[in-house]
Design a protein around this ligand. Structure first.
Ligand SMILES: Cc1ncc(COP(=O)(O)O)c(C=O)c1O
Length: 280
């Protein structure tokens, strides 16, 4: 049986047969960016926003988006199974260079890869998860969705080692984001999330939650959250495209409020699921 097709540099090839050069700068340096786009029953969720973020990530590493939105759509449609809830993973590296040199080679052709997989249902969605806090060890350009994810991986592993689902990162005493998610907290009845700047990835799920909060009159604001405030929050959530809105019910071994999934999460999750459904 041949494996499912993936897109690689203009061709659709079985995943087992897709090959890249060992001289690819993505392999050698982590010199590239990526996107993850949910696709519910064939509908690409906030597709243009994901493409815009991809273009911004590429610009952040001095590359251009190789395709138009229409061209991306055509590629992704060829990979999607409309009967499933899936996500597109797309990765662009600077390409294959004749020698390993840190400086960008001239006239290099990017390596473009895309694959579509089913979204595995996340067990913690209804019950909540445990998280730890960790000192954010990442670089200055967390707004770029870079494939060089070593710091993120180490943070996620710190969480897993503690039996937790996510590490919530703290920089200079304030919350930035999760190892692979954005963070929301309910503080004094207000839904708060850190500001969108180069300390965090501008999550598409985060933006949708804020839009839904406006539409449904849920008090909210974007501002710094200190670690001290986080520990007194009545609710904490971590959000991402493939896991959606996950309530955190225990932080650093201490229950968040009563240790149960909160009412604001319940409301937002219901609104979010209805919104997703309305787009199909
Ligand atoms: C570091 C980081 N922040 C935030 C997010 C959430 O972004 P989105 O909601 O667009 O998936 C992710 C997603 O993987 C991430 O890796």
């Amino acid at each position: 049986m041949t494996s499912k097709p993936v897109y690689l540099n203009g061709q659709y090839v079985p995943q087992d047969e897709a090959k890249i050069s060992v001289m690819d700068r993505g392999f050698l340096f982590g010199d590239g960016v990526y996107e993850v786009i949910p696709c519910y029953l064939g509908h690409l969720f906030h597709f243009q926003a994901h493409i815009d973020r991809l273009t911004a990530s590429l610009a952040g590493i001095r590359m251009e988006n190789p395709y138009t939105t229409e061209q991306w759509l055509e590629i992704f449609k060829s990979l999607i199974d409309e009967r499933e809830n899936q996500y597109i993973y797309v990765q662009i590296t600077r390409g294959v260079a004749p020698k390993r040199d840190h400086a960008f080679p001239e006239n290099i052709t990017p390596t473009i890869f895309a694959v579509c997989n089913n979204i595995a249902p996340f067990a913690g969605l209804e019950t909540g998860v445990k998280a730890i806090t960790a000192d954010d060890s990442r670089w200055k350009f967390c707004n770029i969705k870079a494939i060089a994810l070593l710091a993120h991986l180490l943070h996620r592993q710190e969480a897993v080692d503690e039996g937790c689902a996510e590490a919530i990162l703290i920089k200079n005493g304030v919350v930035t984001e999760g190892a692979a998610s954005n963070v929301f907290a309910v503080i004094d009845g207000v839904l708060v999330t850190p500001l969108k700047d180069n300390r965090i990835l501008a999550g598409i799920t985060r933006d949708v939650i804020l839009e839904l909060a406006v539409k449904h009159n849920i008090p909210h604001c974007e501002r710094d959250i200190s670690l001290a405030e986080l520990t007194t929050a009545t609710e904490i959530w971590v959000t991402s495209s493939t896991r959606e809105i996950i309530p955190v019910v225990e932080l650093d071994g201490v229950a968040v409020a009563d240790g149960k999934v909160g009412a604001v999460w319940d409301t937002m999750n219901t609104i979010f699921q209805a919104y997703k459904q309305s787009l199909l």
